[in-house]
Design a protein around this ligand. Structure first.
Ligand SMILES: Nc1ncnc2c1ncn2[C@@H]1O[C@H](COP(=O)(O)OP(=O)(O)O)[C@@H](O)[C@H]1O
Ligand SMILES: [Mg+2]
Length: 382
């Protein structure tokens, strides 16, 4: 091997470090999927210089051994194409790629998963410079539509092109599997769980686990441990948006969220009537105890459209009151970000397993609540 073939091998390796495994969201070199790169001059001659005497670029055969995480991995073709592209774009010589695909040994895969898990344990969503926006959806009491807002907002973000994840952090009252029509269990890759994707959203919920598996998730003495487990044991990659559907109340979960996810921003959901808005204020005041920002307030079931008229069935002013009181108490602007209509379809479609903002084909509805949720999503990201 000469300096020049080594130079080509290093350059190819460098290029492959930019080929990302679409499922794990990490480069194929990082994941140890490139077992070997071997360049040899195609004409068999020695190669002291990269261009031959006549100024023509020299030709090399480059053999790349790729080890996939699982045999017959459906991503094999995508990865192979990307490697071909990386080799073809090498500027200083003509390279002919030969790609040999095998799969990792059991031990190597176990090591890789252990590495990925160790990394997640150290810094799930709290490493510096993480791009993920995290919104924790809270409410003072149940039944105000917190889960419906979470589900429809998540579906909206995904339909708008954001890589979106959602955690059902309402451990006793989980509802996201039903709202997304999920009936499958997360895939378990040597102890690391892959979230279930539904309507474009990566989801995890205690409700996806049955029997023994659910007991494992609850192995900690405190229920809040399940949040840490959802963060540490689930492979999330680095989504653009992460939503958490919190349990109602001023509970411990909000404090756990603030500790585990210092970037999380609280969004308080209320209905218009005082009985809901008074406790909603208290759920937002958790931000006085822990370093967590309250991003804003969403008023749900604000009005019902009847014969072109907006009827205020549950009264008025709840969202505005929560916004004013939290702004006063916290010393910064906590805006009222949306007033969402009461729409029977939202309940009906939700029960059928599709977030109501989506059409049956999975596109974002351009009318009614589709438009309202889009405006809310855009406002949250600003
Ligand atoms: N804007 C809305 N229009 C019509 N029904 C709604 C609306 N928001 C929520 N619901 C319904 O109200 C009930 C409670 O909503 P849910 O999202 O489960 O509340 P929470 O998570 O706060 O307990 C559900 O049956 C849901 O379908
Ligand atoms: Mg709920």
């Amino acid at each position: 091997m000469t300096a020049d073939t080594r130079h080509i091998e290093a350059a190819i390796y460098e290029r492959l470090s930019r080929v990302i495994d679409p499922e794990l969201g990490r480069s194929v070199t990082d994941l140890g999927m490139i077992a070997a790169i071997n360049a040899v001059p195609a004409d068999g001659g020695t190669d002291a210089v990269e261009t031959s005497g006549d100024g023509q670029a020299k030709t090399y055969d480059v053999t790349i051994q790729v080890e996939l995480t699982v045999p017959g991995c459906p991503l094999s073709e995508t990865i192979t194409n990307q490697i071909n592209g990386a080799v073809a774009s090498y500027p200083d010589a003509r390279l002919t790629p030969h790609i040999e695909v095998t799969s990792m040994s059991h031990d190597k895969l176990a090591d890789l998963v252990a590495d990925l898990k160790a990394e997640r344990k150290q810094n799930p969503f709290n490493k510096p410079g993480i791009k993920t926006r995290i919104f924790a959806i809270a409410s003072g009491k149940g039944g105000v539509g917190k889960s419906s807002v979470t589900a429809n907002l998540a579906a909206t973000f995904s339909a708008l092109g954001y890589d979106t994840a959602a955690i059902d952090a309402d451990i006793y009252g989980f509802s996201l599997p039903k709202l997304f029509g999920v009936h499958t269990q997360p895939t378990n890759l040597n102890g690391m769980l892959m979230p279930v994707t539904a309507w474009g959203v990566k989801l995890i919920s205690i409700g996806m686990f049955a029997g023994a598996d659910r007991a494992i998730l609850w192995r900690g003495p405190r229920l809040q441990r399940s949040l840490e487990q959802f963060l540490a044991d689930v492979w999330w990659g680095e989504p653009d948006v992460l939503l958490l559907d919190l349990a109602p109340g001023t509970g411990d979960m909000a404090i756990s969220v603030a500790q585990a996810l210092p970037n999380a921003e609280l969004v308080v959901v209320t209905t218009p009537q005082p009985s809901a808005s008074d406790v909603a204020v208290r759920s937002g005041l958790v931000a006085l105890q822990v370093p967590m920002k309250v991003r804003g307030v969403v008023e749900n079931m604000s009005w019902y459209e009847h014969k072109g008229e907006q009827l205020r069935i549950f009264g008025e002013g709840g969202g505005e009151r929560v916004s004013e009181q939290l702004t006063d108490a916290l010393g910064y602007d906590v805006p009222l970000m949306a007033q969402l209509p009461l729409e029977p379809e939202l309940r009906e479609t939700g029960e059928s397993g599709r977030p109501a903002v989506l059409t049956p084909e999975g596109a974002l509805r351009t009318d009614g609540i589709g438009r309202e949720f889009r405006a809310l999503a855009e406002r949250l990201m600003r």
